[in-house]
Design a protein around this ligand. Structure first.
Ligand SMILES: Nc1ncnc2c1ncn2[C@@H]1O[C@H](COP(=O)(O)OP(=O)(O)O)[C@@H](O)[C@H]1O
Ligand SMILES: [Mg+2]
Length: 361
């Protein structure tokens, strides 16, 4: 069990990322934190394994105040999975999965044996173990990320938008896989997403956050849909009601605007706005946050991972997903070759959806 008691996080610049959070994550459940980008989901999650410490309040894991546990010790019992898997590019898949057992002092052969079992557990063929992460699809990389987090058999798993960079169809496969795994493993999982559809699909309990790091509602999915606590939640989950059918509406009803670009490997002037970094084929590589200083040529390490992309002319669900998952709030539109065309905001996409609803009556 994980318990947040009056937890607040205020960053040095005054941003309140999490505001007086009271919440209990029950053991052996999948609990989802959902909300638009910037509402404090990642901060809440990272306070559990002490990558970030709260400004005030207390977090208990299994009844124990985590400030009394030394962070490396704490993290041994907590697996962590992030967007785009965060795999080590220069290690094979098998060695990526074996990382934690090796760090805990297992012999190389025992650690590799365990890694091979885990690959099978997450539904990957053994021969993929010899490949490097770039040689896998996005969905396969995410599975490896899950296998790696499970390697030390931690009772708690924190997952931060683990499936957000893959397209909605692959994402559904990964969700099914996670539900199957959980039926077998019975972990305490906290899963962060911006996608309400994903939240109600996999969450036994769902916490809806709003801007300012405020918990708007914490309930079972059916309750959220049936009895939203306020207008914000109603609006947020309301998208879900027409959500499936959105997949069939062409996104070209949304006007794609310009997006400021910077190029990887080139010098960049400072700026107060979010800019999208692209490579020489104009393929998106991530976002450069406002005020980031870059000395010399732009390297990918300083970029924030982007959300999903949508292809112009494809379903409007993809456009909404792209905007909601993007750290800048701008959903990136690409052409059939994957080159950047421009960007849309969630507000723009939602306005089009509202318009469609009205015209349908
Ligand atoms: N290190 C930091 N310093 C200042 N502000 C931060 C920092 N990390 C996150 N924030 C801000 O805190 C808020 C919540 O961020 P985050 O928890 O990452 O949101 P989410 O995961 O829901 O997108 C945002 O306004 C974000 O810009
Ligand atoms: Mg986040």
């Amino acid at each position: 069990m994980i318990e947040f008691r009056a937890v607040t996080k205020r960053f040095d610049d005054g941003t309140i990322a999490v505001n007086n959070l009271d919440l209990v994550v029950e053991a052996g459940t999948i609990t989802v934190f959902v909300g638009p980008s910037g509402c404090g989901k990642t901060t809440s999650l990272r306070m559990v394994n002490r990558m970030i410490d709260p400004s005030s309040g207390t977090i208990l894991v299994d009844g124990k105040d985590i400030l009394s546990v030394d962070p490396p010790m704490l993290r041994r019992g907590i697996g962590y999975v992030i967007q785009q898997a965060g795999l080590f590019p220069h290690r094979t898949v098998l060695d990526n999965v074996a990382t934690v057992p090796l760090l805990s002092g297992w012999s190389r052969s025992k650690a590799r044996g365990r890694a091979a079992e885990l690959l099978e557990l997450v539904g990957l063929p053994a021969e993929l173990g010899k490949r490097y992460p770039v040689q896998l699809s996005g969905g396969q990389q995410q599975r490896v990320g899950v296998a790696r987090a499970l390697a030390a058999d931690p009772p708690v798993l924190l997952m931060d938008e683990p499936f957000s960079a893959v397209d909605p169809v692959v994402r559904e496969g990964l969700q099914d896989e996670l539900l199957r795994l959980q039926a077998e493993l019975d972990k305490t999982i906290v899963f962060v997403t911006h996608d309400i559809d994903e939240a109600v699909r996999i969450g036994e309990k769902v916490a809806v956050f709003r801007e300012g790091g405020i918990l708007a509602q914490y309930d079972r999915p059916a309750e959220l849909l049936a009895r939203p606590a306020d207008d914000f939640v109603a609006h947020f989950v309301g998208k879900d009601r027409g959500y499936r059918s959105l997949s069939f509406v062409d996104a070209s009803g949304v006007e794609v605007g310009a997006v400021p670009l910077v190029q990887v490997s080139e010098a960049v002037e400072p700026s107060g706005e979010w800019r999208l970094a692209v490579d020489d084929r104009r393929h998106p590589r991530g976002w450069l946050a406002p005020g980031t200083t870059v000395d010399g040529p732009l390297v990918e390490d300083v970029l924030k991972p982007g959300g999903s992309l949508f292809e112009v002319g494809q379903s409007i669900r993809g456009a909404l997903d792209a905007a909601l998952s993007s750290p800048s709030g701008l959903g990136v539109a690409v052409d059939a070759e994957g080159a950047v065309v421009g960007a849309v905001t969630a507000t723009q996409v939602l306005a089009v959806i509202e318009g469609l609803r009205e015209s349908r009556g």
